[in-house]
Design a protein around this ligand. Structure first.
Ligand SMILES: Nc1ncnc2c1ncn2[C@@H]1O[C@H](COP(=O)(O)OP(=O)(O)OP(=O)(O)O)[C@@H](O)[C@H]1O
Ligand code: SF4
Ligand SMILES: [Mg+2]
Length: 322
């Protein structure tokens, strides 16, 4: 359809948490996601990468309707996204896969019942649920194992159940939050291949969250790099791997040789220092205390977005490759 809205759109979305230290301590405000805007097209896979604590899961939960933004707006197919719930028109259209399938699967439910559960919430009649759950277990390579309980499967198989459960309602969007981080490398590859197969088969869009650039670049055509609650670079995957413009993206690349473009070596120095506390983010550019290129302006002025190309933007005063 010409001029149809993006499948998912976040406009200036922020989320803060109020924290109190000690029983009578002062209230602190933590800005976990700060003025994030993004668009995701139907059938696209968009990666979200960044260090632990930078706000990836907070963003993912908002994109699912599981957490409401403190500011900004979220649209699904151009309509404001309602909170996740059985009664919502968006029920079943967005699903989520988490890092640890053991905690996301009910240990007392057989695999078939776990997979069928979202169908009930989406209002599918009971008579159809069993067959659809069985068919989906077959799709993810677990044919005939619907009678088993989660503890009877391996970690990789449990994540396959989580995939079946997430896609059984044929959603438009699946938010995958570190779905392979808890798995061994060989099993990671199998689950990533499965995610790619089912994406093609069902036309799914992914918002794919990981701290591992190699994992994100395997599955995603476009990548957002996040630092301390803010998106700092957005680029097509091949562009980011070859020409990352933000010093933080470069540091992530240097730390992840498996993700690098083999035709180009990334000579960025390794990332030093800890992620600063999000309770007191550095002024100016939030990355300046760790940035090897930091200049005086970086310490006081927040960098504006710079368009490097129509589909490539970076938030840095002195982007590499500019
Ligand atoms: N419910 C909450 N209450 C208070 N603070 C929270 C809450 N959820 C997240 N945070 C804080 O918000 C920040 C971002 O957390 P988030 O879990 O989104 O990061 P992440 O990038 O997913 O990290 P990880 O890679 O470790 O999963 C962190 O400082 C975290 O402690
Ligand atoms: S704005 Fe300055 S400190 Fe921030 S990433 Fe760019 S060069 Fe480094
Ligand atoms: Mg997380």
């Amino acid at each position: 359809m010409l001029n149809s809205p993006p499948l998912l759109s976040l406009k200036g979305v922020s989320r803060q948490f109020s924290l109190r230290q000690g029983l009578f301590g002062r209230q602190h405000v933590l800005l976990a996601a700060d003025n994030v805007s993004l668009e995701l097209a139907r059938g696209e896979s968009l990666g979200l990468v960044g260090e632990s604590g930078c706000g990836k899961s907070t963003l993912g939960r908002m994109a699912c309707g599981l957490l409401s933004p403190s500011a900004g707006e979220i649209f699904l197919d151009g309509r404001p996204l309602p909170p996740a719930g059985a009664g919502s028109w968006a029920a079943g259209r967005i699903q989520m896969i988490f890092q640890d399938p053991f905690s996301s699967l009910n240990p007392r439910l057989k695999a078939r019942a776990s997979v069928a559960e979202p169908l009930a919430r989406a209002g599918i009649p009971a008579a159809q649920r069993r067959a659809r759950a069985e068919a989906m277990l077959t799709t993810v390579g677990l044919e005939g194992l619907g009678n088993r309980y989660p503890h009877e499967f391996s970690g990789g198989q449990r994540q396959r159940i989580a995939v079946a459960r997430a896609i059984v309602t044929t959603p438009d969007l699946v938010v995958c939050d570190e779905p392979v981080s808890a798995l061994d490398a060989s099993v990671q590859a199998q689950v990533l291949n499965l995610l790619r197969d089912v994406q093609e088969k069902f036309g799914l869009a992914y918002l794919f969250i990981s701290h591992d650039l190699a994992v994100v670049s395997f599955l995603c055509s476009r990548i957002l790099v996040m630092y301390l609650g803010q998106i700092v670079e957005e680029a097509p995957t091949q562009r980011l791997l070859a020409d990352a413009a933000h010093p933080y993206s470069q540091a992530l690349l240097a730390a992840s040789p498996a993700a690098g473009d083999s035709t180009r070596s990334h000579n960025a120095p390794p990332l030093e220092g800890e992620l600063p506390s999000p309770l007191a983010p550095p002024p100016g550019c939030r990355f300046h205390p760790r940035c090897p290129k930091a200049h005086a302006v970086c310490r006081t002025q927040p960098p504006p977005w710079k368009n490097m190309a129509p589909d490539w933007r970076v938030r840095c005063h002195l982007p590499c490759n500019a």
